[in-house]
Design a protein around this ligand. Sequence first.
Ligand SMILES: Cc1cc2nc3c(=O)[nH]c(=O)nc-3n(C[C@H](O)[C@H](O)[C@H](O)COP(=O)(O)O)c2cc1C
Length: 222
Amino acid sequence: MSHGEGFVPYALPDLSPGEGLERVRQFRVELEGRRSVRDFSTQPVDVALIEEAVRSAGLAPNGANLQPWTFVLVGDAHLKAQIRAAAEEEEKLNYERRMSEEWKSDLAPLGTDATKAHITDAPYVLVVFEQVHGINTDGSKKTHYYVKESVGIAVGFLIAALHKAGLATLTHTPSPMGFLRELLGRPTNERAFVLLPIGYPAEDCQVPNITKKPLEDILIKK
Ligand SMILES: Cc1cc2nc3c(=O)[nH]c(=O)nc-3n(C[C@H](O)[C@H](O)[C@H](O)COP(=O)(O)O)c2cc1C
């Protein structure tokens, strides 16, 4: 089908169904090895690995291709300490006052609390901002579409790419996250979406012994 100007040819690698199945199985097995890590080593990370993963995130599908995201990579120890202190302040209030009993009981198997050592132990913290709207060259607001959906998909790509690079991360949301915009000097059209400490797991790292739902519980075929 020809669309005319502004379009380019597109094709996928010519795989047999068997080859496709083998590849997608292999990808699933790789993803089975991904876990949220909360105990990080201080072992340095080559920043090129993270840059490459952010490139992958930037390839995600998104509303009208306006790419409503900003990734802020923090390696500075002082700034990480400031982020940790502010995150722990919010998390203390969350655990002591804001979370429902049901929420705390759902979190119990994960063994989390208001202490967030991963923010200072991990060599890098990547903060993902959603651009709630854009800004036109004349300073007026530019509408962005499906911002949360778009940024969520980009973060999915990012997490998978970090895992592929042999790095560990945690999807962390020390809400409310307004402090991140302030500490990182971001403009008011940006809102912190998620914070990801990035590094290698600590030598004695453990993760919760949780399971994922089987296919028959998540897929309905009609
Ligand atoms: C949107 C989102 C927010 C999350 N926020 C936190 C958080 O603030 N702190 C935390 O320890 N884990 C957080 N998690 C991680 C989940 O607890 C974790 O993904 C879940 O328990 C499944 O474990 P797994 O990632 O090892 O498969 C969050 C995950 C998502 C997707």
